[in-house]
Design a binder for this molecule. Sequence first.
Ligand code: UD1
Length: 427
Amino acid sequence: MDSILIRGGKPLSGKLPISGAKNSALTLMPCALLTDEPLTLRNLPRLADVDGFGHLLNQLGTSTMVEGARPEDFGRVMTMRAARLTSTEAPYDIVRKMRASILVLGPLLARAGEATVSLPGGCAIGNRPIDLHLKALEAMGAEIELAAGYVKATAPGGRLPGGSYVFPVVSVGATENALMAAVLAKGTTRLENAAREPEIVDLCNCLVAMGARIEGIGSETLEIEGVDRLHGATYQVMADRIEAGSYACAVAITGGSLELVGANAADMGATLAALRDAGVAIEEKRNSIVVTAPDRLGPLTLSTAPFPGFATDMQAQFMAMLTLADGASLLTETIFENRYMHVPELARMGADIEVRGRSAVVRGVRQLNGAPVMATDLRASMSLIIAGLAAQGETRVSRIYHLDRGYERLEEKLQAVGADIERISVG
Ligand code: UD1
């Protein structure tokens, strides 16, 4: 199994390109199921999960074609066409490996009037139910049956009537599924307390480009007037705000200055505010963000929250950064109940972190020391890379298949800005 070897302590400097957003890509790709015309996505990141989603679409009868990608390019262009659906089922084997597969539920139901999707089950960062996805679809007129580990959703008469739903808590995935189901409904759908994440805005903009009628984009109330059919479109995936934030933490902790090319400051308010509070200098440019490390980082008090709050997907990377801050930080995770699996690994490198329920107290230490560590999920893996870049000596991060799911050519990007990092392939 591959691992990543880092010899830490080198400041980062130069330009680092930011890829298309994984979380956006995986919600834009299922839009291809909503029309018999081609959907072309530009700036799709080259990631294992994007390939995996392509395979799932293939199984449902969608052709996928990748254009003009030279090996040295970041990102690629993919054209997907679901001229005719050949299946409406997402099987256990695929959903188990890639949770985002659940996002075919809404579009299959909208286009074919039925969908059968395996329940995703638990996951490393906690219990992640899909009850809100199902309740929103039911409110729009779907009939839902649960049997043998599968959800079967049906639209009586082949097409959803549409309806109103107030989300009791903000859910990114449930908002996405409901949106994709609503665009082809017979009537109007109103979603209240909907997620407002930039990836939701990206999804709405793509659906509008395909002919959908959506009001309130970017707000917590979305009103969708169903249309009879959607057409094809060409759409550019937004920049990955989590990738950009991760590299910002990396430069903040190692010293130096990085220009994150393609990053969009407008999507990164809470992350950039937190970095500034820690003493990091941030310069927002038209198509990039320049991040410059202070001599010593200050401590922070942060609590994760739905957008525009501080993202749960940035918690682990900030924790790694704050292990070297001058003082004690307090981090609170409010979205997932088990998202501190990086803590014992960071402790192996000399970090001083105490978890108390949903909160973690991070007392800054003078130095981290390299150690063999193991990644447990995507963002936790990145936190270990960040710590390894700052640590004295060698850090070997294993189980890096998590990183390949979410960071396009991580070691190549970091090598180019001065990190001593390499992938070790075994077997
Ligand atoms: C969540 C994050 C998203 C992040 C992603 C991957 C939020 C609001 N969402 O999105 O930013 O990119 O993880 O790390 O920060 N819930 C239910 N029932 C449901 C769906 C969700 O109870 O049917 C709960 C979840 O357990 C969680 C909260 O609602 O506590 C938000 O979950 P949700 O936004 O749906 O999760 P993801 O879409 O995976």
